[in-house]
Design a protein around this ligand. Sequence first.
Ligand SMILES: Nc1nc2c(ncn2[C@@H]2O[C@H](COP(=O)(O)OP(=O)(O)OP(=O)(O)O)[C@@H](O)[C@H]2O)c(=O)[nH]1
Length: 203
Amino acid sequence: MVMEVTSPRLGLNPNALREFKLVVVGPRKVGKSALVVRFLTKRFINEYLENTDMTCNGVADLDGENFRVNIQDTSEKGMRISSIEHYIRWADAIMLCFSVTDAESYKKLREVAVKMVDKLNDLAEKEPSRVPPIVVVGNKCDLDYFRKVSRQDGYDLAELLKVDYFETSAREGWSRLVSRAESFSDPCSSDNETLGIVASTAA
Ligand SMILES: Nc1nc2c(ncn2[C@@H]2O[C@H](COP(=O)(O)OP(=O)(O)OP(=O)(O)O)[C@@H](O)[C@H]2O)c(=O)[nH]1
């Protein structure tokens, strides 16, 4: 399914812009669609089509340049290692999501990450320029009271892949880079856009 997300930059002709391809992967219900819609429209919508592969097109400013962004919001099938291998070849960046309120989503994503490590190391050895930037994202950090996955767990998962870890809230529009050195006392405080960060890293 293709969803055209209304771009705030309506005067631009998207076809004249460079394309940027991003894939959002994660278990069910972690907020993948909510994050994509938040990034492209700055809005939070409560309900989305469930477990459906969607292509979201829009225009986004990445480090001062407007790009035509093509975001693959994947269903559960995106968690298969064959799909991940395809995304590694296709995407300019990959975002791996779980929900901090759902321990099972963390466990499932960790299993995928473990399978990805060898593929990524192999590619890094043979064709390092073809390894896309990846981030791990723990979403729903506005629900800190219901948290089932610690920040340290999120960081450890990102560390496995040697990538950055962000905690986000699609609902509140928050995103925060979590690093081992940080004190974890201040949950979601800044207003970065994680997808934007992934995207700018790769652009
Ligand atoms: N409180 C809170 N709820 C969220 C957040 N992000 C998403 N949700 C809710 O979580 C539910 C699942 O969100 P989706 O965006 O549909 O999740 P998804 O990963 O795309 O789900 P599938 O397509 O079924 O895999 C919805 O009811 C959202 O409203 C968040 O940051 N905070």
